[in-house]
Design a protein around this ligand. Structure first.
Ligand code: NHR
Ligand code: GAR
Length: 222
């Protein structure tokens, strides 16, 4: 990318992943420009985080639109005011239409709280506990029109603790997300990772598998 990667962060909620981006950029550890934070919910706490950091915000409520396509067109028109190079979904809870994804082809990242392709969809932490899995984690991937199905970039995995609740597990997964998401976005921002021919390319080579980083039970990278 020629100039500093102009990044829009899309949220629906508390925005702890957004905060991780703000902190990394603030200390010079991540070379992205946080151009705008967008929410589909006016009361999302992430909007407060953005304002505190001096980042422009925008909000469009999906309930004000007749359908998904008209909402998505309005969101794209708003985001395009900032000419983003990269869209980062950070707890963004609205499925994006094929037309929206095509408009930003290869430029949208999501973090999904599971080791994809395991556990696409919602409520992942409880499903992992119910299955008795030993490992869980989160996946940064390019967004395609296939929900949670786009090519993977980076996974952080951590051991499941047998006796824990879904909320405890979620908190530990989030601590991992706050480390891997800014890192993966930085790779895209500096051109080390690209989306080409429907795949992830890393260092100029097509990547079948994502980069996998292993963490201990308290979120330290091993
Ligand atoms: N859009 C596309 N096209 N592809 C993906 O991979 C996407 C996406 C939009 C969001 C995040 C995803 C996740 O990581 C994401 C990935 C929301 C739902 C959902 O069912 C599912 C997956 C994800 C996000 N949303 C409901 C809907 O009707 C609304 C749920 C709510 O408002 O609470 O959009 O988990
Ligand atoms: C994160 O754990 C992210 O993986 C998950 O929501 C959380 C957002 O937290 N994303 C989804 O479930 C997408 N459907 P945050 O708002 O504190 O960043």
């Amino acid at each position: 990318m020629a100039t500093r990667c102009r990044t829009a962060v899309l949220i629906s909620g508390s925005g702890t992943n957004l905060q991780a981006f703000i902190d990394r950029v603030g200390c010079g550890a991540l070379d992205l420009e946080l151009s705008v934070v967008f929410s589909n919910k006016p009361d999302a706490y992430g909007l407060v985080r953005a304002k505190n950091a001096g980042i422009p915000t925008a909000c469009i409520e999906h309930g004000d639109f007749a359908g998904r396509d008209s909402f998505d067109r309005a969101v794209a028109a708003k985001l395009d005011e900032w000419q983003p190079d990269l869209l980062v979904l950070a707890g963004f809870m609205r499925i994006l239409s094929a037309a929206f994804v095509a408009h930003y082809a290869g430029k949208i990242l999501n973090i999904h709280p599971a080791l994809l392709p395991a556990y696409p969809g919602l409520n992942t932490h409880q499903r992992v506990l119910d299955a008795g899995d030993r490992w869980h984690g989160s996946t940064v991937h390019f967004v395609t029109e296939e929900l949670d199905g786009g090519p993977r970039i980076l996974q952080g995995r951590l051991p499941v603790v047998a006796s824990e609740t879904a909320d405890q597990l979620a908190a530990r997964v989030q601590a991992v997300e706050h480390q891997i998401y800014p890192e993966a976005a930085g790779w895209v921002g500096d051109g080390r990772v690209e989306f080409r021919d429907g795949r992830t390319w890393i260092d100029g080579k097509p990547a079948i598998d994502p980069v996998v980083q292993t963490f201990d039970a308290v979120g330290r990278r091993l």
